[in-house]
Design a protein around this ligand. Structure first.
Ligand code: BGC
Length: 512
């Protein structure tokens, strides 16, 4: 998830090579995305491991193994335990809280400090979880990981976009999302391998410490970005830094642009006040609704709970982890497809196709579960049915991963001009984290109550969001950020909010 301010579109093309610096930058950034994905994907498998459940959630274990029906007849309710869900979802609550502090620290103290703090949180969180002796320690570990996510999602994408030459800046936005999906896949693979080993869950949770160490070391040895140095008054250092990262001596033009952008940014002292003005209504609406809708596609039900869900549906413990590996792989491949299609076919086509495909899959999955398990939650699938179900779940993950997954981060970041960018991004990140937390926390309870209807519930939201996109989102493909106003101005609905004089005023919207 590219959670920070990533400027896309616009920007003049400057000279500059892809230097060793830029490559190292990408590796560090890769660690930030990877860690987030890893922590996102690891819990599903861990919470379906017997030894883990026995140690921390013995009641869930008893319910799960109980065939007599004394504790719970319904397959739908086997894992319904608020503490178990808190283990998964507490991370997002912590990330939400941390992102409020992280944005000021990133601005005042620089990107690298913020990345370092994030890395340390990740490191301590992973170790606490790996050595956990009780549920409290486990959840405190998750909260620390969440702080790590809050800091890294703020600083890493920003660090990346400021270090990279402008021409590869846009690609990096989805590149960060790709790293998240790879992190999820690695987590699934590790869980699959370790499920059979004694105390395998400790290793699963502890391995996150490795990329955390790389991130911390990276943050110690790397320099801060020129933009951040200028922002903090270190002009000469910034110029030298720019020469080093671009690998050329003449960086005058780009340097001047950075200085101008920083001056402009200082004038824009109150992005929060700006964004509530009527003329920014489209940005306010999209930065709030896109993350909300993204979470109500129901994707994290699969990302967090696939192994649990598959086990509920009668795939054995190993088979369910294997299935999670398959969905994880589909997620990565479909994100790569998105990278290649987003500027060719445009955002709208991907959103609309993705929405329709998700809906069809949700209806199919809901109907199959309804047929086999009904409202009583007692039943089982034949082998053929299991494969068909897996096919629909994969098709659903693929459609999310080339639409709402990356676009949920890309679109809000490319529609916000400088004077509202920080507020727009903060709203986007917080709304996303808040609803990720809510879905993570209530899913198993909803499954217990709504039963197969849960899939239709999310399907209903997919219908609403697809209609919303069809009517309200103009195409933003290849539109430089400074020309975005004319796009709103010619839209049937948003035109009423945009004064004519905004259309031609280029508001110095160079990349931050
Ligand atoms: C979403 C996450 C989700 C991930 C799956 C991201 O865009 O924000 O909530 O888990 O995609 O790949």
């Amino acid at each position: 998830m590219a959670g920070g301010v990533v400027a896309t579109g616009g920007g003049t093309h400057h000279e500059g090579k892809i230097t060793l610096f830029v490559i190292v930058t990408c590796i560090v950034a890769a660690m930030g995305g990877l860690l987030f994905g890893y922590d996102l994907g690891i819990t599903g498998g861990v919470t379906s491991m017997d030894q883990f459940l026995l140690k921390f959630f013995p009641n869930v274990y008893i319910q799960m193994k109980d065939q007599s029906g004394v504790h719970h007849q319904s397959q739908y309710c086997k894992f319904d335990n608020p503490l178990l869900t808190l283990f998964t979802s507490s991370l997002y609550l912590a990330a939400l809280v941390a992102s409020f502090f992280a944005s000021s620290i990133t601005r005042i103290m620089g990107r690298k400090i913020s990345m370092f703090i994030g890395g340390i949180f990740f490191l301590i969180g992973s170790l606490l979880d790996a050595f956990a002796v009780n549920v409290a320690m486990l959840i405190i570990g998750r909260l620390l990981l969440g702080f790590g996510v809050g800091f890294c999602n703020q600083s890493v994408p920003l660090y990346l976009s400021e270090m990279a030459p402008p021409k590869i800046r846009g690609a990096l936005n989805i590149g960060f999302q790709l790293m998240i999906t790879i992190g999820i896949l690695i987590a699934n693979l590790i869980n699959y391998k370790l499920a059979k080993i004694k105390n395998g869950w400790r290793f699963s949770l502890g391995i996150g410490a490795v990329p955390a160490i790389i991130l911390c070391l990276g943050a110690i040895f790397l320099d801060d970005t020129p933009n951040s140095m200028i922002e903090r008054g270190k002009q000469e250092k910034a110029r030298k830094m720019l020469q080093r990262i671009r690998g050329i001596d003449n960086v005058d033009e780009e340097f001047q642009e950075l200085v101008n952008a920083s001056e402009e940014a200082k004038k824009v002292d109150n992005a929060w006040k700006n964004i509530i003005e009527a003329k920014y209504r489209p940005q306010l609406v999209f930065c709030s609704l896109i993350p909300f809708f993204q979470q109500f596609t129901g994707i994290n039900v699969i990302m967090f709970y696939a192994p649990v869900l598959f086990q509920t549906l009668g795939f054995g413990s190993n088979a369910s982890l294997m299935s999670a590996v398959i969905t994880g792989g589909v997620n990565v491949v479909a994100t790569i497809i998105s990278i290649f299609s987003v500027d060719r076919f445009g955002r709208r086509i991907l959103f609309l196709e993705g929405g329709i495909q998700m809906l069809l899959c949700q209806i199919a999955v809901g109907a199959m579960i309804a047929k086999e398990f009904g409202v009583s939650g007692v039943g089982s699938f034949s082998n053929g049915e299991v494969n068909l179900l897996l096919f629909f779940i994969c098709a659903y993950v693929a459609s999310f991963a080339w639409s709402w997954g990356p676009l949920g981060w890309l679109v809000p970041s490319e529609i916000c001009s400088l004077e509202i960018r920080s507020a727009g991004q903060a709203i986007n990140v917080s709304v996303n984290m808040l609803f990720t937390f809510i879905i993570g926390q209530v899913f198993l309870m909803m499954l217990c109550h709504l039963k197969f209807g849960l899939f239709f519930f999310f399907g209903g939201f997919v219908v609403i969001m697809t209609i919303f996109i069809a009517f309200f989102l103009p195409e933003t493909k290849n539109v430089p950020i400074e020309e975005m106003n004319s796009v709103w101005r010619s839209h049937w609905f948003w035109a009423r909010f945009i004064p004519q004089d905004m259309v031609n005023s280029h508001a110095h919207l160079e990349d931050l």
